[in-house]
Design a protein around this ligand. Sequence first.
Ligand code: D5M
Ligand code: FE
Ligand code: ZN
Length: 521
Amino acid sequence: MPLEGSARIVGELASHGYNAEREAVTLIATADDPTGTLRAVVDAAGPDTIVITAEDVQTVRDAAPSSAPVPDPKGTATTDAETADTDPSVSGGDSTDEPTNGATAPVETGGSFERSGDRSHRSLDIAGDITGQSTGTGEYKDFVKVFRDRYDKLSSKLRGRVNHRPTTAIESMAPGSEVAIVGMVNDIRSTASGHWLVELEDTKGTFPCLVMKDRDIAELVDELLCDEVIAIEGTLSDDAGIVFVDAMHFPDVPRTYEPSYADRHVQAALISDVHVGSQEFMHDEWDAFCDWLYTEEAEHVEYLLIAGDMVEGVGVYPNQDEELDVVDIYEQYETFNEKLKQVPGDLEIVMIPGNHDAVRLAEPQPGFDDELRSIMSAHDARITGNPSTVTIEGVSVLMYHGVSLDEVIAELPEDKASYEEPHKAMYQLLKKRHVAPQYGGHTRLAPEEKDYLVIEDVPDIFHTGHVHKLGFGKYHNVLAINSGCWQEQTDFQKSVNINPDSGYAPIVDLDTLDVTVRKFS
Ligand code: D5M
Ligand code: FE
Ligand code: ZN
């Protein structure tokens, strides 16, 4: 059977257990006899080979008797290979884009570009990873510790902005005094007359704060979630028993925040929610995405970030088993590993788990255990916890799966957070400087020594997934991106009218933080 292009070559190599550099695939595709070259490359590969390199292919090509000149792998030679007519169009994420046809593989045009430049420019560091650090035993004292740490970290961001006093000191201040409190939101209630009573808690005690309904700040009460840390300024009542709130402050991102940029033109693809093992996993669209990664258009894509839900999992939601294609969780990861093999071997991959993955559900979630790591070893991906901060060539990316987004969207008014504009829900998390502020709802919290979910340092990019909707925008210069998914609408989503954005890959220029959306569906 003749080879048709990169997709088929990648598929063949994957079936032998190999991943390949893009340049290696190009060299096979442009050989006189691609099928024979591929066979020779596979035969020549040693038992420890994981990635077929351009050098491996060149060695095989050099050894082969050839009647035609060998194309220059560095790109000065050209061939008559057909040009792909199915390249994905640049998308703004709306439906006006030309759809791509995942059935036809784009074909390389002869290695006419330098792939991935010089790898020595690359840098990738990970911080804030819970993996291997978990100490919580789930006892009450652990919860006290984690909330104490949250309060300490977030209150320190507010203390310089208000002249606050501990709640116990306020009780004994003169009625009518100007006061300020930095506290965790303990309770939010409306009063009989429609005002808002917000109870704040600090390390000494609690204090009731009244937000009058006719004040501008009343609108901010809509945004409040329990357990977030805020500061208020106000006036003490005549009996010193309540504060009338005049101003409310959030830990927030400074408006003048200046993000860092990479100092060369390099791109990262940000995706999530692959859901391999689900009947709705989009094989063709995934193949088209991976094919595209081998094309010249993707030559600057050197990083692939995957923000959770690699597989569909088992028993995540009621009746989920009715929609499983692969019922065994380990087999799901094995299948996912096959999908990873299709990604060019010269991309750096970083993955965190999501709520469908086989790690503990409570956040922070540690990265995959050794058994799952060994199953997903094809690509030498960097595996880290949820959340984690990944710094790529100076640009920090806070990766968080996004379970709390359901909660933010449910609790806040439509214009501040919705499934249609998931990035706005992300803005709220940035404003609260916490990826999962409210404890006790959808989001499960694992008690640890410290609160890994606090956004201590402002990231340059905030990357989430989970809600299966694509949306991005800037909040105080921070790029917030919620990637879509690689799963078609499920029966549950149909029943609640969730229309997922499936088969998109947002690509970020790390030197400008500009976003281009590629559509593969
Ligand atoms: O969830 C994807 C999105 O769909 C996320 O917003 C939760 C919602 N979802 C999906 N299935 C269910 C069920 N069965 N109950 C409640 N909410 C659901 P993900 O977890 O990433 O698949
Ligand atoms: Fe998901
Ligand atoms: Zn999810």
